[in-house]
Write a protein that binds this ligand. Structure first.
Ligand SMILES: Cc1cc2nc3c(=O)[nH]c(=O)nc-3n(C[C@H](O)[C@H](O)[C@H](O)COP(=O)(O)OP(=O)(O)OC[C@H]3O[C@@H](n4cnc5c(N)ncnc54)[C@H](O)[C@@H]3O)c2cc1C
Length: 508
């Protein structure tokens, strides 16, 4: 469909974007920059979705993501609008990348600098050369292959995959799990736990994710690990500034309750109780909830989505404490004594873990302004199962896990942590679902599982309605900030291509 002509004036095509997560915002930028008339409808009062912020008593908490990777994807988005990302969003590199703390007291930092890394590996009784380097080289090969087609061209379907990759598809590590590939290449038990847990980026299980997900270490070592100055929510602020400059209509506190349809096409949305006509709809509400609640999809259509099970949820514990723990770097992992058992508990048995691996963030190591002097902000995130409405967990179950988690941290070096808490907020999966309408409270979209979906997500273009597109963590390429941004960029490019306003390099 071409833009319509009224007299000599071109009437821009109208796009309604449902939800202002990074996926929706990226699509809005791409389309507004190409001349579409874009309106965003967001149920919450802030833009950014899971990029959310809480400030209390001088402590600033990033409620959502804390690690930014692949900054070139965000740069590419701003370039679509003729702007420089760095003029809108100030980034700072984080070093060391991660600190890894084990039950036996071993502490190993991950650092991109080879000489610093050599010293760290010595603590684990191993060396930089040999298996470690070979593993990073394997990770790079997997990343380059996935990036060159799946990421760059926004591939969505098996035929597109086969057309793009041909026989090279067999160079992807498809027949191992991530864990098996790690164990084959890394004899060292500490390194096995560390590299298995790169799966945290997509909230899945290393014993179920396909081997090519071992591309993640290269994302970190090859492109850096970044913090947004002032807090990660400044990424959403930068995007909001850009969207306002591009003339995008922004409606917050405005929930979409339906998508209008007619003869195989969508015709607009019902938002804030009013009808808004649109030529294209971009939906950043996750695929399954949107099909259930906005499209009234029949049970057979919903069953086709079963293989796109949600990624894990999380118990997100935000603490303001009245002391500083020297043990903590900016990003830290406190490992389970039996990590494969932890994966099994959360992802196969769908139970709360007894001894989870904990992700612990102390952002004041990079940005002292987030906590009062002499105090610290600490976020603790154990991955836990999504909500099973047939077998719901209660507040007491989550409270018991909170206690187990804080006891574990005290035992592993954060002495008397509970005594030093002055501010505390805990988000359960129930809060996450209520706030973002994510499928069963998932925090990273769709799970990456070799047997369920080979780590593919739903396609961006609706199979039922040709002018309806989905973006965000439940479509390809999946969850995490750079990936959902890519989905928005590619969905925008697909709409541009369909209207003859090309400029991107996506497959239509
Ligand atoms: C605790 C936590 C830690 C994380 N850590 C990291 C990390 O370190 N690094 C990383 O890259 N990623 C991380 N992630 C994942 C990352 O935040 C997400 O993958 C990403 O932000 C999701 O973007 P999205 O576009 O899919 O949508 P979301 O952010 O989920 O946004 C969807 C938006 O749509 C709105 N919406 C839904 N339904 C409607 C409706 N009917 N009407 C109007 N509005 C609607 C919601 O309110 C929401 O604002 C983390 C997430 C969490 C929660």
């Amino acid at each position: 469909m071409k833009p319509s002509q009224v007299g000599s004036a071109v009437v821009p095509e109208r796009v309604a974007v449902i939800g202002a997560g990074l996926g929706g915002l990226a699509a809005a930028v791409t389309l507004a920059a190409a001349g579409f008339k874009v309106e965003i409808f967001e149920k919450n009062s802030h833009l950014g979705g899971k990029l959310n912020r809480l400030v209390q008593d001088g402590f600033g908490f990033d409620l959502g993501p804390s690690i930014l990777t692949l900054p070139h994807i965000f740069r590419q988005l701003f370039e679509r609008a003729g702007r420089r990302f760095d003029d809108y969003v100030p980034l700072r590199p984080v070093l060391p990348h991660w600190r890894n703390v084990f039950e036996d007291g071993t502490v190993i930092d991950l650092d991109p600098d080879p000489e610093r890394m050599r010293a760290e590996l010595a603590k684990a009784g191993t060396d930089l050369d040999g298996p470690y380097q070979a593993f990073l080289e394997y990770s790079r090969r997997q990343y380059d292959l996935v990036d060159e087609g799946y990421f760059r061209h926004g591939l969505d379907t098996l035929p597109q995959f086969l057309r793009h990759y041909g026989w090279r598809i067999f160079k992807l590590d498809l027949f191992n799990t991530m864990h098996r590939a790690v164990c084959r290449r890394l004899p060292n038990p500490y390194l096995r736990d560390i590299f298995d847990f790169f799966i945290k980026y997509v909230g899945s299980s290393a014993v179920r994710a396909p081997g090519f997900m071992n591309l993640m270490p290269h994302i970190q070592f090859g492109y850096g690990l970044w913090y947004v100055d002032g807090g990660m929510h400044h990424l959403a602020r930068g995007l909001e500034r850009l969207l306002r400059e591009l003339g995008v209509g922004i409606h917050t506190d405005c929930e979409v309750t339906g998508i209008d349809r007619e003869a195989g096409r969508v015709t607009g949305v019902v938002a804030g109780g009013a009808r808004h006509a649109a030529d294209w709809v971009v939906c950043n509400m996750e695929v399954r909830p949107a099909c259930e609640r906005l499209l009234g999809s029949p049970p057979a259509a919903l069953r086709r989505l079963d293989r796109f099970e949600p990624a894990c949820s999380g118990l997100v514990i935000h603490l303001g404490v009245n002391r500083v723990y020297d043990l903590l770097a900016h990003h830290n992992f406190f490992y389970s004594a039996h990590q494969t058992e932890h994966f099994d508990t959360v992802f196969r048995r769908h139970e709360l873990p007894t001894d989870p691996t904990l992700y612990v963030v102390a952002p004041s190591r990079t940005d002292p302004a987030v906590a009062p002097p002499g105090c610290d902000v600490i976020k603790v995130l154990p991955h836990i199962p999504w909500i099973d409405d047939d077998r719901p967990l209660g507040a007491a179950d989550y409270a018991a896990l909170r206690d187990r988690v804080l006891e574990k941290l005290e035992r592993m070096g954060l002495t008397d942590l509970r005594r030093h808490i002055v501010v505390e907020h805990v988000w359960t999966p129930v809060d996450i679902r209520r706030m973002y309408y994510s499928d069963r409270g998932a925090i990273y979209g769709t799970v990456s599982d070799l047997w369920k979906n080979v780590a593919f997500k739903a396609p961006k273009r609706s199979p039922e309605y040709s002018n309806l597109f989905f973006v965000g963590g439940t479509v390809n390429p999946g969850g995490g900030m750079p990936m959902v941004t890519l989905s928005g960029l590619h969905a925008g490019d697909m709409i541009r291509a369909a209207t003859g306003r090309t400029g991107g390099d996506s497959h239509g």
